[in-house]
Design a protein around this ligand. Structure first.
Ligand SMILES: C[S@@+](CC[C@H](N)C(=O)[O-])C[C@H]1O[C@@H](n2cnc3c(N)ncnc32)[C@H](O)[C@@H]1O
Length: 199
């Protein structure tokens, strides 16, 4: 059994079948609420939450080890405005996120599933768009970055053709906010786009 300390920032809902009031898990539920999906080892979360202490951040990640390691990273940095949620991203957004609730979603280096026979496993598809639309506040943002340019083109086209979203200037992370995967792929071209919910 692992002797590593577990994070205390993990959200554990009483009911896993209905929407969860994630904001009530924070010391200041009234702050804007932002979500990093597939938050990985948490480099973006720890940097962004430090730069914006009056915004609450939820990291959603399916791997328990990454929930604990990124949670500990935020705890060591003294972040009170971060919580971690271990859940599959589509289920979390489509079934557990309340409607009109999220100020910004970040999708950084989502798994590209490069083989054609695995494309169904990709997170972005029309029903995921519906879940994002339902849960974003009006004017809320979606920010995507990936080194996998074919997947980038697919996501960009899905969003561009969806009249419920409007393209905005792409989110550009500063050096501290670059994710662990972005550092690994820093030699490659990165596709970035941002959209906002416009209705
Ligand atoms: C390529 S890594 C990127 C991690 C981080 N965003 C970064 O840029 O360093 C993709 C992450 O998303 C998580 N992930 C992939 N599919 C997911 C899903 N459907 N639900 C939740 N997490 C997912 C993986 O476990 C992994 O940590």
């Amino acid at each position: 059994m692992s002797k590593k300390k577990k994070t205390t920032l993990r959200v554990m809902p009483e009911n896993w079948l209905d929407p969860v009031d994630f904001k009530s898990e924070f010391l200041h539920p009234e702050y804007p609420f932002e979500v990093d999906i597939g938050s990985g080892k948490g480099r973006f979360l720890v940097a962004r939450s430090g730069a914006f202490p009056q915004t609450n951040f939820l990291g959603i990640e399916r791997f328990m080890g990454r929930i604990h390691s990124s949670g500990r990273r935020c705890e060591r940095a003294g972040r009170e405005n971060v919580r971690m949620f271990r859940m599959e991203g589509y289920y979390a957004i489509s079934q557990m996120m309340p409607a009109n609730y999220v100020a910004n979603y970040y999708f950084f280096f989502p798994d590209p599933w490069p083989k054609a026979r695995h494309h169904d496993y990709r997170l972005f598809n029309p029903s995921f768009m519906d879940a994002l639309f339902k849960t974003l506040e009006v004017g809320g943002g979606l920010h995507v970055a990936t080194d996998h340019l074919p997947y980038y083109e697919e996501i960009h086209e899905l969003l561009q053709k969806d009249g419920r979203f409007e393209e905005t200037a792409a989110f550009q992370p500063n050096d501290e906010e670059r994710t662990d995967f972005e550092l690994i792929f820093s030699h490659k071209e990165i596709g970035r786009c941002s959209f906002k919910k416009c209705v």
